[in-house]
Design a protein around this ligand. Sequence first.
Ligand code: PNS
Length: 161
Amino acid sequence: MSSKRIFVFPGSFDPVTIGHRDIIMRASRNCDLLYIAILNNVNKKGHFFSLEDRLSFLRSMTKDIENVRVVSFDGLLIDFCRQNDCCCIVKGVRNASDFEYEINMADINANLSAHSVDTVFYPAKQELSHISSSVVRELIHYHADISSFVNEDVIKRLRKM
Ligand code: PNS
């Protein structure tokens, strides 16, 4: 077991939003190393942005945070935790329905790890709680302005699509 406190923030990040960025900044202050683990589910088609794009957006967005490492993973999150010595899973929670879903996931992951991996919830800041990747994707679909939700990289990429 590592003596470092290693956290993992998992997600699809399709695309990463400024809400994610806030959770990343806060979680990175509570650990020695924060993995941002992007789900690369080979069976789950239908991501709007490719894995390469999602990795690139996150690397660019977190380049000023020293203890963050952006990676991709496939399979069970708890296996990623075991392989990378993570003691805590980070989740951002915006509202009661997020909480209801995440408390169940936290329980599953705790049981799968024989309670060696805990889940830490970060409540979303009020002013960011309306932002989600799915809302951003919907706005993209209708060619609406997403500049207050995502970083410039995402907008630049969209222009080339
Ligand atoms: O951003 P998302 O799509 O809400 O992230 C979901 C994610 C990646 C955290 C979740 O799907 C996940 O942990 N997937 C890996 C498979 C797994 O471990 N599932 C939990 C046990 S059923």
